[in-house]
Design a protein around this ligand. Structure first.
Ligand SMILES: [Fe+2]
Length: 311
């Protein structure tokens, strides 16, 4: 992110999110250069799982350079920027944030992040250290955000970034869930839109996926921490709106699914198979390049060339 765009981001998104919290509905309009209205090139990268081992900081530098070489209008982040924040102490993951923020700061276009389950820090620590009062605090501070969910407009598109993680404890520790407060905010946000405005949603945990149908069979029920459990209620909010694209992470597979006028893309992973050698269901380390032209979605999964070295 350039100095100018970072300053702009912090001032506009930070201020807009802060003002939305206190009830103001104004949203920033970003002065993105390069593409005509209703035509935009996006890079979407997800599931980085930054750490220091296995030369992975080198991979992150390669991924950032590859994204920059595409000259996207904006860049969207799908979450899980670091490894295992959720069950670790703040001190344990500090160096992983350092590794990730190098990549983050190297991205030249304005970057809009969504939170992943690994980005909560000390939600349920397993080493006996106390749980964080707000496990999202470090993420918010690193990203320069006042809130994990927000919306913005650019080039004729409305972007909605969701927080899809709810800490539950118990067997699964968390679940994919859009909170009641977020649902209320979403209703208000959509009410201010024209019904034909094209909308893009970014969420870490998938709203819709065929991954389990294909890999486990159609009768398999995914665990509640694999998908958003209230996905139907969320999608119903969009029934009178023009939701053209949902960008998702979490599963590390590349997948495109069309339901009605909505395209769902699960965006693979920068870390591929959690930095292990080989592919994860035919998906190599990569990110997504997406061109939107009015309501039309073009998608390419770009492998940036990293050969994993995890033993
Ligand atoms: Fe995840």
């Amino acid at each position: 992110m350039t100095k100018l765009s970072r300053r702009f981001f912090l001032q506009t998104i930070g201020a807009a999110v802060a003002s939305t919290v206190v009830g103001c509905t104004s949203k920033p309009i970003l002065p993105v250069q390069g593409s005509a209205k209703r035509h935009i090139r996006l890079a979407f990268y997800t599931d980085i799982h930054a750490r220091k081992e296995w030369d992975t900081p080198e991979a992150l530098a390669m991924a950032a350079a590859s994204i920059n070489a595409q000259h996207p209008d904006i860049v969207l982040g799908g979450g899980d920027y670091i490894t295992d924040g959720f069950q670790s102490s703040v001190a344990t993951v500090a160096h992983r944030w350092d590794a990730y923020m190098k990549m983050h700061n190297n991205i030249q276009a304005t970057l809009f992040p969504a939170i992943g389950n690994h980005d909560l820090v000390a939600a349920l620590p397993e080493d006996g250290t106390p749980a964080a009062e707000d496990p999202r605090a470090i993420y918010l501070q690193k990203m320069g955000l006042a809130r994990t969910y927000y919306a913005f407009d650019t080039l004729g598109y409305h972007f909605i970034v969701l927080d899809s993680v709810e800490v539950t404890g118990g067997k699964y520790k968390y679940r994919g869930f859009i909170s009641p407060a977020q649902m209320e905010w979403l209703k208000q946000d959509l009410a201010a839109l024209k019904s034909d405005t094209p909308i893009v949603v970014i969420t870490h945990v998938p709203l819709v996926t065929a991954f389990y149908n294909v890999t486990q069979g159609v009768e398999f029920k995914p665990r509640p921490n694999r998908v958003i459990v209230n996905n139907k209620e969320v999608l119903e909010l969009f029934s009178q709106h023009n939701l053209i694209l949902v960008l998702q992470g979490h599963l590390h597979v590349k997948e495109r699914y069309q339901w009605g006028n909505t395209t769902f893309i699960t965006g693979g992973a920068v870390c591929g198979k959690w930095w292990r050698r080989g592919n994860w269901y035919k998906t190599k380390p990569g990110y997504n390049l997406i061109t939107l032209n009015d309501n039309h979605v073009e998608w390419e999964y770009v492998e940036y060339g990293w050969q994993p070295r995890r033993p």
